[in-house]
Structure formats: C-alpha cells, structure tokens
Ligand binder design. Structure first.
Ligand code: FES
Ligand SMILES: [Fe+2]
Length: 387
C-alpha cells in the first residue's frame, strides 16, 4: 500500500491503538472468554448449510481483475464445486461464465491455474465454439440441430461486477448481485482510501489445504499468535498482542500494532502512516481477507471444497508494476517470504493440524480469550447468516 495521509479516520483508529498499547482500553478487555464447538469444523450438515446459505447466496470475491489484464485472457477455476471460467473479452469486459458446454455439458477449459490466452472457447467433445463473452459462435454439422437457437444457447453467465479492482460474483446464475457499496459496508470506503482498485496484479499461489475454511479465516482475525508462531519470520515487526477492531456489518476492520507504532507518539498525526505504523487487515464476509502490508497488498480467497478441505488462493498486488529488475526482485522476495515462508509454512500447517486434532475428539470446546474477540464476531455473523 502506498503511504496515506492520516485522515481523521486513521487518526482515530491509531489513537485507539495507542490507548490499547498503554492501557488495554478496548471493550474486548471487558469480555468473558467464549468457546467454540469443534463440530462446526467437521460436521457435513453444517458444511452443506454453509454452502447453501453463504457461498451460494452472497457475492464472493474471485480475485483481482488485473490478473486477466490482456483482452483474450481466460482462467478456469472450480469454486465451491462450481466450474467457472473468468474471461476478459476483446472489448475489455470481465465475464464470469459457467465452464459447462451447452451441448451436453463437457468442460470447455480443463486446465486450472494460470490464465491462458484464447481467441475462442472450443469444447473438446464435439467442437461447439463460444466467444469470450459466452455467446455461441459455431456448431459443427449445424444441420443436425434444426431447431437450435444460437442466440439463446450461450454459456450461462453468473452475475458479476468489478469493484476495487476485484471480481465479485454470485455462484447462482439465477441470483442477483446486491448493491456492492451497501454489501461492503464500511469496507467500501476503506478500500477506496487504500486505492486498492489501482493496484496491479503481481503474483498468485493456489493450493488445496486439508483444513476447514473457517480455521484459515480465524488465523487472520487475531494478533495473539503473530509474535509466537511467526517468531522466525514476520513476528519481530509486530508489537505483541496489540490491535483494535471494528465490526463493519458482518465484515471486520482490524489494525495491528507494529514495532514502530510507538513512534507515532512523537509525530504529528498527519505523519502517522499505515505503511510504517500499523498493519491493517480487512475481513470481508464470508471468505475474503485483504492484508495491507507496508508496500503491497495480499488478497486471500478461501473456497471450501469439503469440511476438511479448502482451496487457498493468495494474490499479491503492488501499487504499480515493477519498474526494473531490482524492484521485481524486491517484490519477488516479499512474495516468497509471505506466501511460502509465512502463510504456507506457518499459518496453513497449523490449521491442518487443528483440523486433525478436532477430528480426534480431544477437545470438547475451543477456548477464545480477550485477544481473540474477532473470532466471536466472526461466528456471530455466521450464525446470523445461517439461521
Ligand atoms: S458437449 Fe460440448 S460440444 Fe458436445
Ligand atoms: Fe499468522
């Protein structure tokens, strides 16, 4: 993230962060411990309820539109059991289509992963061809389909929109997108202030991890573990267990104190910056996390596959494209540290261990303390949306 002038909103949240450092003044310190039922991470019925009531009903963030920078870019990805194609048409529009041929249902693009460039989408089974906007362009031996209306037989499109440079879509083609500014609540202004929409896609990693998606969300909602689990990587950049949080509807804004937060005491408020003096995290309900690192942004998308399996997609966004090899090497190192060194070697293995531990039946409850109040907020929002 680029350095931002501290506007009243940042000043206020930093004031509270200082209060938290000195005196533990946040309301979280009045809260009692809570407990979570291990069944919510392993139960099949619960998983299916979440699929039906959250993942099929809410706009999901599929990642940066800039990942499909060039017209003609196509990316196939299965999201929560739904095979998707995300395309950038020749006219520059982003489309989210079902990766399912309208003839007899074959998958048009089989390889998932890096976006590829295509002139058109040709089904491997019988060769029906579609344009990148999903319309049907050609049918081999068309005389065999005397009543087929080509105009009505395009790929099914999912409702989608690009906001803050991110692609948001509904997985149900019959659903309609809510007004995104109201859906995003206070996060909308924050992402605007962070200029997320003008960031550039730099790199992405995807992996299937043997853990419930909620355990991964929880790893990004508390500061308690950061100086401990991450002692050998990013831990030393943080102050132990100091953060402030704001629920924004079902979403959460979370500011963690860094080692340099204390310096703001000697600086005028207009010199307090998110890049040097704190790390801001936005959790967007239900499965998106945006972390504003000192000079880049991590976007995490967590897509459930099974109660104990999640597709983890981490995209790194930078304020601009690397201007030269030195800048590129700098950001490549940052990506390697955070993606491989921290997320994939520290946070996610712990989530996988917890998943196996829960299945063992050792704990009849998980204990949540005053430093983990965001977990309580997260589960309250989940319960509300599920019931
Ligand atoms: S299933 Fe696609 S062309 Fe037949
Ligand atoms: Fe972590």
């Amino acid at each position: 993230m680029t350095t931002m002038a501290a506007e009243p909103y940042w000043q206020n949240i930093f004031q509270r962060l200082l209060g938290e450092m000195d005196r533990r003044t946040s309301p979280d310190w009045q809260a009692d411990e809570a407990s979570l039922d291990p069944a919510i991470y392993i139960d099949r019925n619960r998983f299916e309820q979440e699929q039906a009531r959250l993942f099929r009903r809410l706009p999901l963030c599929l990642g940066p539109a800039d990942q499909l920078r060039e017209p003609g870019s196509v990316m196939a990805r299965e999201i929560c059991g739904v095979p998707l194609l995300v395309t950038r048409t020749r006219e520059g529009a982003i489309k989210v289509l079902l990766n399912v041929c309208r003839h007899r249902g074959a998958r048009l693009v089989v390889e998932e992963g890096e976006p590829c460039r295509r002139q058109s989408l040709v089904c491997p089974y019988h060769g029906w061809a579609y344009r990148l906007d999903g319309t049907l362009a050609g049918v081999p031996r068309a005389e065999a389909f005397p009543t087929l209306d080509k105009h009505l037989t395009g790929l099914r499109e999912l409702p989608s929109v690009v906001r803050h440079g991110m692609i948001w879509a509904m997985l149900d083609p019959a659903a309609s997108l809510p007004d995104m500014a109201s859906f995003l609540n206070g996060v909308d202004d924050d992402l605007d202030a962070a200029a997320l929409g003008s960031h550039c896609f730099y790199r992405q990693s995807t992996s299937r991890r043997a853990t419930n998606w909620k355990l991964i969300v929880e790893a990004f909602l508390e500061i308690y573990h950061v100086t401990r689990l991450h002692a050998g990587t990013i831990g030393p950049f943080f102050t132990d267990s100091v953060s402030v949080s704001d629920p924004l509807g079902p979403h959460i804004r979370f500011l963690a104190a860094r080692d340099r937060t204390k310096e703001i005491r000697d600086l005028p408020p207009e010199r307090w910056t998110l890049s040097e003096h704190g790390t801001l995290v936005h959790y967007v309900f239900p499965n998106t996390i945006v972390i504003h690192h000192p000079d880049y942004v991590s976007h995490l998308g967590l897509f459930p596959i099974a109660p104990d399996e999640t597709l983890f997609v981490h995209s790194m966004l930078t304020p601009h494209l690397p201007g030269d090899d030195k800048a590129d090497a700098h950001w490549a190192r940052s990506f390697d540290l955070i993606d491989r060194g921290v997320f994939n070697s520290e946070d996610l293995p712990i989530c996988e261990q917890i998943q196996r531990g829960l299945a063992s039946g050792a704990n009849d409850r998980l204990i949540v303390g005053r430093l983990e109040q965001n977990l309580k907020r997260f589960h309250t929002s989940l319960d509300r949306a599920l019931n």
